[in-house]
Structures are given as C-alpha cells and as structure tokens.
Design a protein around this ligand. Structure first.
Ligand code: SAH
Ligand code: SF4
Ligand code: F3S
Length: 482
C-alpha cells in the first residue's frame, strides 16, 4: 500500500513537515503467502491518517474476497485511489494520476488483460459521477461511508457497470468491515491508527470535511476496545485514536456513564501490552477538563497535542466560524501546559483566508511566537467549491498568500529546530518502529513524535529503549542507546 502523505497535508504545500507514522505498510513479519491465481489490489492513499486507516480496512475487506495487497501497480488487477479533497491541489493530483493509469489500462488491454480502477475517499464523495465523466478510465467510485459495500461494488463493476456509491449508508460501515486480524496487524508494524470518531458538525467556512465525511459519529466503546485488543495481540505497542474531531468523541462507558475522550483514554491505558497512546485531530472547543486531566495523569498518553488554530486574528477566526478567539486558545494552551509541562504542541494554519489583512496575518505570527510550536502544518487558503469561504468577494492575491506562507513557515521552522535542539544531550524513551535506511539502524519515535535514528538490532523493533540524543537532522534526531 502506498501512502502519499498524512494529516490532510499535501507534500508540496508543506515541505517542512515529516508526516507522523504513516508508513504503516512496512513489513516486519512475512505477509500471507499469495495463492498462485490470486487477484491483487494496489491501494494508493492520499490525505489524512483517516484515509490511511480506511485503506487498511478496505484492504482487509478485499482480502476476504481473495484480493491480496501488492506494492506494484503493474501487478495489480485492481487499482484503488483513496483520495483527498481538502485543497484544490490534493483533488487535482487524482486526475493526473488517472491520466497515467489510463495508459497502463490501455497497455493491459492490448495484451488482452483487464485492469479495474476505483476512486475512493473524499474526492469520490464530493464529485461522484463527475469523476467518471472527466476520467472514463474509472470503473468504480465509492465514498468513505460505503466502504463495507466495496466487494459488491467490485462485483458489479466486473459485470461491466460503472458503479457510483456515494449515498450515506444507514448501516454503520464499521459494523460491516472486517476488524483487523492478527496476520494483517502483524504485517503492519508496532504502531497503528484506530478511528474512533468520524465526520464533522463544525462547518468551518473554508473546509470540505463536513460535506465529504458527513456529520459527527462516535464509535461505541466496546468496538473500540475490541479493536484495540486485537491490535495489541498482533504486536501493536502504540495506538493513535483518530477522528476529524477526535476530542468530540463521546459514548456510554463500561460503567454506564457518559464518557468523553479523556475517560476513553483512561480505559484504554489499562490494556496490558499497550505502551503508548496518542490521538488526533482535536478542535480547541472540545478540549475539556477531563481530557486535560488525562494528560496530567496518564503515563501512556504521550505528551504531544495537535491543536489547530488556523489564525491568530479574531476577525479571521470569526469569519472562519472557528467559534473561539485567539485569547481563548492561548488560555487553553496555558491550562494544558500546567497539566503537562513537557507537552509538545502542534498546529495547523491557513494564510490568506478571504479578507485577511496584513494586521490579521501579523496577529497569527504573534500567536505563534507566544505558543512556541514543536511542529506545525501551514497552508495557503484554497477555495473549495460549496463552502461559504469560496463565495466571498474579497479573495487574497496568490502572491500575497505565498509571501505570508513563506514568512510563517520560516518562523515555524525555527521553532521546530529549537524544539529539536532542546532534546540534544537528553536521555529519552524511544519506541523502535522499523529498519532505518542504513543497515544496522532502526528508526523509532520520541514521546514528542520526532523520528529518532539509532544503531540497534532488528530484534529490538517494538521495544521502548532509553536513548541519549546526540544530534539533529532535517526532520529527525540521532541518538545512542543508553
Ligand atoms: N478537523 C481538523 C482539521 C482537518 S483538515 C480541525 O478542525 O482542526 C486539516 C487542515 O487542513 C486544517 O486544519 C486546515 O489547516 C487545512 N485546510 C482545511 N481546508 C483548507 C482549505 N480550504 N485551504 C487550505 N487549508 C485547508
Ligand atoms: Fe473542517 Fe472545521 Fe470540521 Fe476541522 S472542525 S474538519 S477544519 S469543518
Ligand atoms: Fe482529505 Fe478527506 Fe482527510 S478531504 S484530509 S482525506 S477527511
């Protein structure tokens, strides 16, 4: 399975940032042996971690239908693009990829072989049949709410139908998708994503997510715990709970009471064998006291928080419908830091939202100076069809957006470097995840999500080791086992 990026970030927009743990496809245990005549599926994933998770669930559903995953598109009988609609560039990438796939499909046809092409994810949901009109190479379009119907959709497409499945399904897709089993988990590594919440009711005026992912739904506690147990039994040591607004998750707990994310984390922290917990992405308005207290109390909950603010200007925040002020956000950060002083903060920023003045932009720079981020993702505003922001009359010129993005990224880069340098000379816990580029090296993660490269034996993958940090690279740390 190939992953293009993570966290809703496109690589070009965002050159300064390494994506958190998305290389989940690295093989540390031999995958199931393919039957000689098995069909093969190649899945390419764009966009956020939720898409990475969905791609794995789709691969599991397809493997139950006899499709084995392959990393080579030339080998595949089915190509599935799991797409992202968050910014124009992300959506357009899909069409250039489909152009290349058309040539591949034509070459196959000349040899008398077939290739089925499917588009899943947020572009599928947003554009539906339009995708087939623009790119007739596509046989199948399927939105994120209907992945459990993928096997039937493929069967229909195989019969020659052009299939479009973008209705919001009444049944819960999670109830119908196979849960990860020990074999698939073991071949995916020591860290895993687990979607606990999907969709969004916030309707920020720049954002397509409420339209592509539908309204907020929380998965029940029992399902989450069952999936977490399976992951741990398969060798997973760190779980990242996912949701578009993960901290809006709520459900009825094991004690019969209404739980929020803080209570869920407390419950999951009791799982033996699970060493680390993380969650993403959070909205400032849903950061409640119980969740902040979880950061104070839970050793397994890593001291890292991705808490997007988008802008430091109150008038822009209002126009974006974020429903908090810059001062609210700063107060919240202060409370979180009181609870967990070593927490690393990460954020998302948009520059050049319609109407943003130079003063507004400088307010964002001031907020960044005040917070001191360990990591950040920043983007030029991209008007998205169907969102209120796109209809505004006061769009900002592209060159102004570019200049602002450059100034903001220079500041964020400095902060990221300062944070990394502050780790040098310290001894920290690193969860070893996978082989490094050079023989004899392993890559792990610090509690603050930085990749750490050390000399270690591959038998140590999955261990948490004490590492003395000796230096910094572009997006990683170097260290020695203590
Ligand atoms: N639910 C998360 C964000 C999900 S989208 C939250 O509320 O914070 C990931 C990031 O993409 C957003 O935080 C925002 O910074 C960026 N983004 C979303 N829509 C965008 C647009 N139209 N143009 C530019 N960046 C956008
Ligand atoms: Fe988009 Fe706002 Fe929802 Fe985040 S909270 S997914 S930015 S609408
Ligand atoms: Fe992109 Fe959809 Fe995720 S638009 S960021 S793949 S929710």
């Amino acid at each position: 399975m190939r992953v293009e990026s993570g966290n809703g970030t496109e690589v070009e927009d965002n050159v300064m940032h390494e994506m958190p743990s998305v290389e989940a496809a690295d093989v540390t245990v031999a995958p199931p042996r393919p039957a000689a005549n098995a069909r093969k599926v190649f899945v390419k994933t764009y966009g956020c971690q939720m898409n990475v998770y969905d791609s794995e669930r789709m691969a599991d559903a397809l493997s139950a239908e006899g499709y084995l995953p392959t990393d080579n598109p030339d080998d595949a009988d089915l190509l599935l693009l799991n797409t992202c609609h968050i910014r124009e560039k992300a959506a357009e990438k899909v069409y250039s990829e489909l152009g290349r796939i058309r040539l591949l499909k034509e070459a196959r046809a000349a040899e008398g072989r077939t290739l089925m092409v499917g588009v899943a994810g947020c572009v599928a949901q947003a554009e539906g049949r339009e995708i087939i009109r623009r790119a007739p190479v596509v046989d199948l379009v399927i939105g994120p709410q209907t992945y459990h119907r993928l096997p039937q959709a493929i069967a229909r497409a195989r019969d020659g139908e052009k299939v479009v499945e973008t209705e919001y399904a009444v049944e819960d897709k999670f109830d119908h998708l196979p849960a990860p089993d020990r074999r698939t988990v073991a071949s995916r590594g020591v860290t895993a994503f687990l979607t606990v919440q999907e969709g969004c009711d916030k309707f920020c005026t720049f954002c397509v997510v409420p339209y592509t992912r539908g309204s907020e739904v929380s998965r029940p506690v029992a399902h989450i715990v069952d999936e977490a147990r399976r992951l741990v039994a398969g060798g997973v040591r760190e779980i990242t709970l996912l949701g578009q607004n993960v901290n809006a998750w709520h459900g009825v707990g094991a004690d019969g009471r209404e739980w929020g994310l803080g209570a869920l984390l407390r419950h999951l922290a009791e799982l033996d064998g699970l060493k680390r917990l993380r969650y993403t992405t959070s909205h400032p308005r849903d950061m409640d006291d119980a969740l902040i207290a979880a950061h104070r109390d839970l050793e397994k909950l890593m001291p890292y928080l991705h808490l997007p603010v988008q802008s430091g200007s109150d008038s822009v925040l209002k126009a974006m419908n974020r429903r908090h002020t810059a001062a609210d956000y700063l107060r919240l950060i202060e409370r979180i830091r009181q609870a967990r002083p070593d927490i690393a903060l990460s954020g998302d920023f948009i520059v050049g939202f319609p109407g943003e003045t130079e003063d507004d932009f400088e307010a964002t720079l001031r907020l960044v100076e005040e917070v001191r981020y360990a990591q950040a993702y920043s983007f030029k505003y991209s008007p998205r069809p169907g969102t209120p922001g796109a209809d505004r009359p006061d769009h900002i010129a592209e060159d102004v957006k570019s200049q602002r993005l450059e100034r903001l990224q220079a500041l964020l880069r400095r902060q990221q470097q300062q944070f990394a340098e502050h780790c040098v000379g310290r001894t920290i816990d690193v969860l070893l995840e996978k082989p490094g580029r050079r023989a004899g090296q392993l890559v792990g993660r610090s509690p603050w999500l930085q990749p750490v490269i050390i000399d270690a034996k591959s038998s140590q993958i999955g261990d948490i080791v004490r590492v003395r940090i000796s230096g910094t690279g572009t997006n990683s740390l170097f260290g020695e086992q203590f």
